[in-house]
Ligand binder design. Structure first.
Ligand SMILES: Nc1nc2c(ncn2[C@@H]2O[C@H](COP(=O)(O)OP(=O)(O)OP(=O)(O)O)[C@@H](O)[C@H]2O)c(=O)[nH]1
Ligand SMILES: [Mg+2]
Length: 557
C-alpha cells in the first residue's frame, strides 16, 4: 500500500497515531525554544501550557479515558452520572446548583487511574470505583472509563465555573448535557460549544430529559439543536437523546462511551485537536517565509555607508590623501624644503591611528585614536539605517517579528564604537611604505642639489685660484655658459621643474591612495556591520525560518 493511500485511510479512519502526536508536540516545544526572546510571552502561554499538559497526560495512564459530563445546572448531569454508575454517587437535588465539586467514577481496576485523578484534581472522597466483581461482565465494556460529573458551567457560583473551565481543558472527551428547556441557551453555545469546534471528534451532545417531551416533538427539537450545533462549527458530532426516567434511556450514551473506551483514542484526539488549535495561532504569529538579507540589499549598503560616516571614514581618508601628499612631498621635494616639511605634523599621525611603520600594536591603540566623534546628524542617520535594515528584515512579518529584528539590530550597539575604532586601526591605509618613485625623484633632487653645490664649489675654486694669482681655471662651457654656472643655477632650476612636474603626479597618486584606503576601510566597516548588526538580525531571520519549519512538522497530522 502506498504511503499516500495509507495516510488517506488513516485520516479517514480518524485515528491519531501516538508517536505522530508526540512528534507534533515536540515540534511545538522546539518552536517555543526558537522564538524564545523574539516573541512576547503572553500569546505563547497556550502553546506552553499544551506542551506541558500533553506531556503529563501522555505519561499518565493511556488505558483510561476521561469523560466529563458538562452542562447547565439542572440539565441532569448528576442524574446521568448516577444512572451510568448504577449507584447514587453524586447528589441530585432540587436546590440549584447542586453539584459544587467534581465527582469521578472509575470503571474497572484503578491502577494508573489514581495518578490521573490526582492530576485532574478530583478529591479522593469524591472518587468512586465500579468494582467489576459486582457486575459480572456487564460493565467490562466500560473498563478504563473515568466519568466525571462536573458542576454547572453557567453557575451563579464563580468557583463552579472555574472548576468547569479547568477540567474542560484536561479531559479527553466531553459529553454536553442539555435539556429540552435550555438546549438553545446562548451562553452555552457561544462560550462553550463553539470553543470545542476543533474537538468535534471528542465531543458528544446529549438531549437529556427526553421523557419530558411528547415523543412527536423529539425529532423537531433534535433538528433544531443540530442546526444550532452546525452553527457552532460542531457539525457531525454525535447527538443523542437520553432519559433517566426509563430503563433503556441511557443506552445510546452507554453505547457511545463503550466505543470511545474501546478505541482508546479520545486522549490522543483531544490533544491532537489542541495541537491543531495551537498550530493555527502560532501560524498567525510567524506569517510568510522571509528571504535572507542579501549583502547587496540597499538597506545593507545604506547601513554600511552610515557606519562609515559614524566611524569617521571620510575624515580618515581625507587625512590619508593629505598624508600621502605630505609624505610624498617630504620624500621628493627640494632637499632644503624637505627638512621644513618634516617639521610639520603628518596629517595622519594627528589622528593617532596606529602606525604600521613603528610596529604599534593596532589593538592596543584603539582607545587613543583621535578620529572625531560622530556628529548628531551621523548618529541619527545611523539610527535610521539600523531601523531600515530591521524593517527590511521584518517586512511583511506579523506581530513582534519586526520589533525583534529592530532589537537584534541594536543588540550590540554598545560594542559598535570600539569595534569600528578597532576596524579602522587594523586597516592598512596603504600610505606607510615610501614609494619607489618617491625615492627616485628624491635621489634626483639630491643629485641636482649636489650638482648645484659642486657648481658653486667649482666657481668658488675659480675665484680662489684667481685671488691667489695662480693660472686661471678654464671652465668648460656648454654653448656660452660655463659648466659650473650651469650646474649652480641649473641644479635648482631643474629641481624646481622636477618638483613642479611631480606635483600633479603626487596629487593624482594621493587621490588613488585615498580611494584605496576608502575601499579598505569600507570593507573593514562592512565586516563590523556584519558582525555587530547583521549577524544578530540574521539570527532572528534564521530563528523565524526554523520556527516555520518546525511548525510544518507540528501541523502534519
Ligand atoms: N424527568 C426527568 N427528570 C430528570 C432527568 N434527569 C434529571 N432529571 C431531574 O432534573 C433535576 C436536576 O438533575 P441533576 O442531575 O441534579 O442536574 P445537574 O445537571 O447535575 O445539576 P447541577 O448539579 O446543579 O449542575 C433533578 O430533579 C432530576 O431528578 C430525566 O432524564 N428525566
Ligand atoms: Mg449535578
Amino acid at each position: 500500500m502506498g504511503g499516500r493511500l495509507r495516510e488517506a485511510l488513516r485520516i479517514a479512519d480518524g485515528r491519531v497515531d501516538a508517536d505522530q502526536l508526540i512528534a507534533r508536540l515536540e515540534a511545538i516545544r522546539r518552536f517555543l525554544g526558537l522564538v524564545d526572546g523574539h516573541l512576547p510571552d503572553t500569546p505563547l502561554v497556550p502553546a506552553r501550557t499544551l506542551v506541558e499538559r500533553a506531556g503529563t497526560r501522555l505519561t499518565l495512564s493511556r488505558d483510561h479515558t476521561v469523560v466529563a459530563l458538562a452542562g447547565a445546572t439542572g440539565s441532569g448531569k448528576s442524574s446521568l452520572f448516577n444512572a451510568m454508575a448504577r449507584m447514587e454517587l453524586s447528589p441530585v437535588g432540587v436546590r440549584r446548583p447542586t453539584t459544587g465539586v467534581t465527582h469521578a467514577c472509575v470503571w474497572g481496576p484503578l491502577d494508573g487511574g489514581t495518578r490521573l485523578l490526582d492530576w485532574l484534581g478530583v478529591l479522593p472522597r469524591h472518587r468512586f470505583v465500579r468494582e467489576s466483581l459486582l457486575d459480572g461482565d456487564d460493565e467490562s465494556t466500560l473498563h478504563g472509563l473515568i466519568l466525571l460529573d462536573l458542576p454547572d458551567f453557567d453557575s451563579v457560583e464563580h468557583a463552579h465555573r472555574l472548576e468547569v473551565d479547568r477540567l474542560l481543558g484536561l479531559v479527553d472527551l466531553v459529553v454536553w448535557v442539555v435539556d429540552p428547556q435550555k438546549y438553545a441557551d446562548r451562553v452555552m453555545h457561544r462560550s462553550y460549544l463553539r470553543e470545542f469546534r476543533r474537538h468535534r471528534d471528542v465531543t458528544v451532545v446529549v438531549l437529556n430529559q427526553s421523557d419530558r417531551l411528547p415523543p412527536a416533538e423529539v425529532p423537531r427539537v433534535l433538528a433544531d439543536l443540530r442546526r444550532l450545533l452546525d452553527a457552532d462549527g460542531l457539525d457531525g458530532v454525535p447527538l443523542l437523546t437520553t432519559t433517566v426516567a426509563d430503563s433503556g434511556g441511557l443506552e445510546p450514551l452507554r453505547a457511545a462511551l463503550e466505543r470511545t473506551v474501546a478505541e482508546r483514542q479520545a486522549a490522543l484526539r483531544r490533544l491532537s485537536g489542541d495541537v491543531d488549535a495551537v498550530v493555527d495561532t502560532l501560524d498567525d504569529m510567524v506569517g510568510e517565509p522571509r528571504t535572507v538579507l542579501a549583502a547587496d540589499d540597499p538597506a545593507v549598503t545604506a547601513l554600511d555607508r552610515a557606519l562609515c560616516r559614524a566611524a569617521g571614514v571620510p575624515t580618515v581618508v581625507a587625512a590619508v590623501e593629505q598624508a600621502y601628499r605630505h609624505r610624498a612631498a617630504a620624500a621628493t621635494g627640494w632637499p632644503l624644503l624637505r627638512l621644513w616639511r618634516r617639521l610639520r605634523a603628518d596629517p595622519l599621525r594627528r589622528l593617532h591611528l596606529p602606525d604600521r611603520r613603528t610596529g604599534d600594536d593596532p589593538d592596543a591603540l584603539v582607545a587613543a585614536t583621535s578620529v572625531p566623534e560622530p556628529s548628531a546628524a551621523d548618529k541619527s542617520a545611523l539610527a535610521l539605517a539600523l531601523r531600515t535594515v530591521a524593517d527590511r528584515a521584518g517586512a511583511g512579518l506579523p506581530n513582534a517579528w519586526p520589533e525583534a529584528m529592530a532589537t537584534a539590530a541594536r543588540s550590540r550597539l554598545g560594542d559598535l564604537p570600539d569595534a569600528l575604532d578597532r576596524a579602522l586601526g587594523n586597516t592598512d591605509l596603504g600610505v606607510d611604505r615610501p614609494r619607489l618613485w618617491w625615492r627616485l625623484v628624491g635621489g634626483l633632487q639630491w643629485l641636482l642639489t649636489l650638482a648645484s653645490v659642486a657648481g658653486l664649489g667649482w666657481l668658488a675654486l675659480g675665484y680662489v685660484v684667481q685671488a691667489l694669482g695662480l693660472p686661471q681655471l678654464r671652465h668648460p662651457t656648454v654653448g656660452e655658459v660655463p659648466v659650473p654656472t650651469l650646474l649652480l643655477l641649473g641644479g635648482p632650476l631643474v629641481g624646481l621643474v622636477v618638483a613642479a612636474a611631480t606635483r600633479p603626479l603626487v596629487r593624482w597618486a594621493a587621490r588613488q591612495a585615498r580611494r584605496r584606503a576608502e575601499a579598505q576601510l569600507t570593507l573593514a566597516v562592512a565586516g563590523v556591520s556584519e558582525q555587530q548588526v547583521l549577524a544578530p538580525v540574521r539570527a532572528v531571520i534564521a530563528a523565524h525560518a526554523d520556527a516555520r519549519t518546525v511548525l510544518e512538522v507540528a501541523r502534519h497530522r
